[in-house]
Unconditional design. Structure first.
Ligand SMILES: NC(=O)c1ccc[n+]([C@@H]2O[C@H](COP(=O)([O-])OP(=O)(O)OC[C@H]3O[C@@H](n4cnc5c(N)ncnc54)[C@H](OP(=O)(O)O)[C@@H]3O)[C@@H](O)[C@H]2O)c1
Length: 347
């Protein structure tokens, strides 16, 4: 059992008061901090480094963590959380997300997989639990872009609903406050919204200035679903399997660099200001104190002007970085088949 200190948790003197960080109000009325810390080490930052960043980030004022079983570090993050909770932070002050990995979609696997995350994180409940991808197609960490699961499948709505019913049970049991989805499309979300008893509170989706997904962004918000934006800086250190020659680099865009110059700041911080002001919840990852602190500060000070927001709206290049090739289910498919670009769910 965690021993709790009676002294209040103190924020570093150069940190940010969490009360000043913008919040999103979910359809349940719950409040989620509008920026979180990503915890995927992109196959090169160790779990220990990520866990140390979690302690440091909470110490400078982060209250929202984006975790996932597949990141392979939840047991280390759990020890980090125990440390901050023993230091006087109250559990209710944190927003903790985790995600069900693709090899645990089978009805009987969902609740044990959730329990494993909860135990690893050393928590009694999660604020948010997501289905990480709408495909049950597993790949091992560190594989290249040609890897395929031997039993790979397309999106099968009946199967997805069986998984979703188990997530709904977790809400009923009080083990998770909200459930949600990730990497969904409008076509898939329409089916889920038709059939869900408990509707998704968020869609975690790739969002950065060169990939603004305006139609999906507007759709989820029109349904009372909050968009959480992953790879908000354009994931400059993403794994090799997620790079293609046509990818563009947000933080080298002249418009982003020009705005950064005017504000005397780094282009990465312009991406985050834009994200929070537009209405999504970015979850930037850094294991470096200087960067994660700057990322949090960026969203509480020196906002972008309306004309800067408009200039960024105009540089969308529809450049998806996390294309998901490893989740394809047949030979000779294109990654576009994962994303229902023509409004139809590819089979
Ligand atoms: N749901 C999903 O399928 C999904 C997919 C991808 C990612 N995610 C989540 O989203 C999180 C973030 O995405 P991501 O890690 O792909 O990309 P990202 O946050 O766009 O980029 C992270 C990279 O940017 C660098 N960086 C961070 N702050 C910086 C700053 N202020 N100045 C300059 N460079 C900076 C970091 O390097 P340094 O360490 O050198 O600072 C890090 O390598 C992940 O950690 C994960 O939690 C979810």
């Amino acid at each position: 059992m965690t021993m709790h200190s009676t002294a209040p948790f103190t924020i570093a003197t150069d940190g940010v008061d969490p009360a000043t960080v913008p919040q999103r109000v979910l359809y349940t009325g719950a409040r989620m901090p509008a920026i979180g810390l990503g915890t995927f080490g992109s196959d090169h930052v160790s779990g220990e480094q990520v866990a140390a960043a979690v302690v440091g980030a909470i110490g400078v004022g982060y209250r929202h963590l984006d975790c996932a079983a597949v990141y392979g570090n939840e047991h280390l993050i759990g020890a980090a959380l125990q440390q901050v909770l023993a230091g006087g932070l109250r559990r209710e002050e944190l927003w903790i997300t985790s995600k069900l990995w693709n090899n645990k979609h089978a009805e009987e696997d969902v609740i044990p997989a959730f329990q494993k995350s909860l135990t690893d994180l050393r928590l009694e409940y999660l604020d948010l639990y997501l289905v990480h991808w709408p495909f049950p197609n597993h790949h091992d960490p560190g594989v290249d872009v040609t890897a395929r699961a031997h039993n790979a499948q397309p999106y099968l709505h009946d199967h997805y609903m069986k998984t979703w019913r188990q997530l709904e049970k977790l809400v009923d049991a009080g083990l998770v406050r909200h459930i949600g989805v990730s990497n969904m499309t409008i076509a898939k979300l329409k089916l889920l919204l038709r059939d869900a008893r408990i509707k998704p509170a968020v869609n975690e989706m790739e969002l950065h200035p060169h990939f603004q997904q305006p139609a999906l962004f507007d759709y989820v918000r029109s349904q009372g679903i909050e968009p959480i934006g992953y790879s908000p800086l354009g994931s400059p250190n993403r794994p090799e399997r997620d790079r293609t020659p046509e990818d563009t680099t947000d933080i080298e865009d002249p418009v982003i660099m020009g705005i950064a110059d005017r504000h005397g700041t780094h282009p990465a911080l312009v991406c985050l200001k834009w994200a929070v002001q537009r209405g999504q919840t970015p979850i930037p990852m850094s294991a470096k104190r200087k960067n994660y602190l700057a990322n949090l500060r960026a969203v509480v000070e020196d906002p972008l002007t309306e004309s800067e927001m408009a200039a960024i709206a105009a540089i969308d290049r529809n450049c998806r970085l996390i294309k998901g090739q490893v989740f394809l289910w047949r030979e000779n498919q294109n990654w576009q088949d994962l994303w229902d670009e023509d409004g139809e769910i590819a089979q």
